[in-house]
Write a protein that binds this ligand. Structure first.
Ligand SMILES: Cc1cc2nc3c(=O)[nH]c(=O)nc-3n(C[C@H](O)[C@H](O)[C@H](O)COP(=O)(O)OP(=O)(O)OC[C@H]3O[C@@H](n4cnc5c(N)ncnc54)[C@H](O)[C@@H]3O)c2cc1C
Length: 410
C-alpha cells in the first residue's frame, strides 16, 4: 500500500512514524513545501540565537533514509483528484496514492489593513522561513512592532528582545495572551516583558501603515491616533487552516477540513489530521491525530475523542503557567471563582454548576493532570466538602456505607 502524507510537521511525521512501526513495508511519500523539519514551538529559540535550525528539528537528520520514507521537500501541493487518487504539485508532478493524509496545518493571516499587506518588511511567525527572514532583518532593524499579543506573538517578542530590538506590542484586547490567561496571570508576564524593555499598547488596533519609497512599512498608525515607528513588523493576529488546494475537489470544508471521529474526510481513504481540521490547534493533539489517522489508514477503526483543546503551557523568563479549559467565562456571574496565591504561585479555578470549567496554575504546575482529568470528564465536585485547591484523586474514592462496596466517583 502507498500512503501519501501532505505536510511534514507534528501530524504528518507522527503519522509516518506510526505507519512504519506498525507496517514497516508500507510505502510512504511525504510532501512538504518547506525545506526542513522543525518545531514551530521552538522558532523563538532559533530567532533568539539559542538554537540553530538542526537544534529545532524534531527528527534526526537520517530519519527519512533510515525509515525508507520518500520526502519531497520544497514541493507544494496545488490540487487533488480524488477520483484518480492523484495529488498535484506546483512542479507538475502527479503523485498517486492508495490512502492520503492531509496534514497541512495552518498559515498566518494578514488583515486587510491599508499598507500592511503591501509592506515588504511584514512577517508572520509560523515557519522556519519566517524566522530566517526575521533573523536577517534583526541585523539592521532597531524598532520592531508586533501586532497581536497571543502566545505566538509573545514568542516573537521574546526572541526580538533577545536580539536587542526595541519592541512595541499592539493588542486589541485589554490583556496579553487573553485566550490562555486571566488579568492577574497576564499582568505577571506583562511586567516581566516590560522589565526586558517591551512596550505594550493594549485596547488599541492598527488602522494603517505608511509604506516608504522602497516598499517598506515604516510608521504604524493606531485607532487611538498613536503612531509607532517600525523597521520590521511581525503579524501574529491569528491563523487559518491551510487547505486551499482541496477547494476544487469534493472534500467538504467549513473554516477547516471536515472530518468524522475517525479523522476521515467525506472522501473514502482521505484523512485530515492536525491544525488543518480545526479540532485543536496545539502540537500534542496534532501528533495524536496523526497517529490515529495512520492506524485507521492501516485498517483500524479508532475514534479521536480528544476534542479538549484548551490546554496551554508557557514559560517566559522562568515563570511557568498552565491554563486549562475556559478560564474567562462569559457568564462569570453564574460561576464560582476561587483563587489562591502566595509570593511565587497563583492558582484560579472556575466552577459552574459543580463542574470545573477552567484552571490556571502559575508558578508551580505540579498535579495539573488531575485538574485536566476533572475538566475533561466533567466530574462533579460540588459534593466534596473541602478547600477546592486541596482536592486530589483520593477525595473521589470511598466506601458505600450501606453495602461496603468501593465507590469510584471518577
Ligand atoms: C510560534 C508558534 C509557537 C507555538 N507554540 C506552541 C506550544 O508551545 N505548544 C503547543 O502545543 N503548540 C504550539 N504551537 C502550535 C503548534 O505548532 C501547532 O498546533 C502544530 O504545529 C500543528 O501541527 P500540524 O502538523 O497540524 O501543522 P503544521 O505544524 O502547521 O505543519 C503543516 C505543514 O504542512 C506544510 N504545508 C502546508 N500546505 C502545504 C501544501 N499545499 N503543500 C505541501 N506542504 C504544505 C507546511 O509548510 C507545514 O510544514 C505554536 C505555533 C507557533 C506558530
Amino acid at each position: 500500500m502507498k500512503i501519501v502524507i501532505i505536510g511534514a510537521s507534528a501530524a504528518g511525521i507522527s503519522a509516518a512514524k506510526t505507519i512504519k512501526s506498525t507496517k514497516p513495508d508500507t510505502e510512504i511519500v511525504i510532501i512538504s513545501k518547506e525545506d526542513r523539519i522543525h518545531s514551530r514551538c521552538m522558532l523563538h529559540k532559533f530567532l533568539g540565537h539559542e538554537r540553530d535550525a538542526q537544534g529545532i528539528s524534531f527528527v534526526n537528520e537520517d530519519f527519512f533514509e533510515k525509515n525508507n520514507i520518500t520526502l519531497l521537500n520544497n514541493t507544494t501541493v496545488i490540487g487533488l483528484e480524488p477520483d484518480k487518487k492523484i495529488v498535484k504539485t506546483h512542479d507538475n508532478q502527479d503523485i498517486s496514492y492508495d490512502k492520503l493524509l492531509i496534514a497541512t496545518g495552518a498559515s498566518y493571516f494578514i488583515p486587510p489593513i491599508p499598507g500592511l499587506r503591501e509592506s515588504k518588511n511584514v512577517y508572520g511567525f509560523r515557519d522556519l522561513k519566517d524566522a530566517q527572514l526575521l533573523d536577517t532583518e534583526c541585523l539592521t532593524a532597531k524598532n520592531a512592532v508586533v501586532i497581536g499579543a497571543g502566545l505566538v506573538g509573545m514568542d516573537a517578542v521574546a526572541a526580538l528582545l533577545e536580539r536587542g530590538l526595541k519592541v512595541t506590542v499592539i493588542e486589541m484586547t485589554a490583556d496579553i495572551m487573553s485566550l490562555q490567561l486571566d488579568k492577574k496571570s497576564a499582568q505577571a508576564y506583562q511586567q516581566l516583558f516590560e522589565k526586558e524593555g517591551a512596550e505594550f499598547i493594549l485596547n488599541d488596533k492598527v488602522v494603517s501603515v505608511d509604506v516608504n519609497a522602497v516598499g517598506r512599512g515604516e510608521m504604524v498608525h493606531l485607532a487611538s491616533g498613536k503612531a509607532v515607528p517600525a523597521d520590521v513588523i511581525v503579524i501574529a493576529a491569528g491563523v487559518r487552516p491551510a487547505f486551499r488546494f482541496v477547494e476544487e475537489s469534493e472534500i467538504k470544508t467549513n473554516h477547516a477540513i471536515l472530518v468524522g471521529d475517525d479523522l476521515q474526510t467525506n472522501i473514502n481513504g482521505i484523512y485530515a489530521a492536525g491544525d488543518v481540521n480545526g479540532i485543536a490547534g496545539i502540537w500534542p493533539n496534532a501528533m495524536k491525530q496523526g497517529k490515529i489517522a495512520a492506524l485507521n489508514m492501516l485498517g483500524e477503526n479508532l475514534r479521536y475523542d480528544d476534542r479538549y483543546a484548551l490546554k496551554n503551557t508557557m514559560n517566559f523568563y522562568g515563570l511557568t503557567t498552565l491554563s486549562l479549559g475556559n478560564i474567562n467565562p462569559e457568564d462569570e456571574e453564574k460561576c464560582d471563582i476561587f483563587t489562591r496565591e502566595d509570593r511565587n504561585n497563583y492558582q484560579k479555578i472556575v466552577i459552574r454548576n459543580g463542574i470545573i470549567q477552567g484552571v490556571i496554575m502559575q508558578g508551580n504546575i505540579n498535579g495539573s493532570g488531575f485538574w485536566q482529568y476533572l475538566i475533561k470528564n466533567k466530574i462533579d465536585v460540588s459534593g466534596i466538602n473541602k478547600d477546592i485547591f486541596d482536592l486530589s484523586f483520593a477525595d473521589f474514592y470511598g466506601i458505600n456505607q450501606e453495602n461496603g462496596e468501593y465507590n469510584y466517583a471518577v
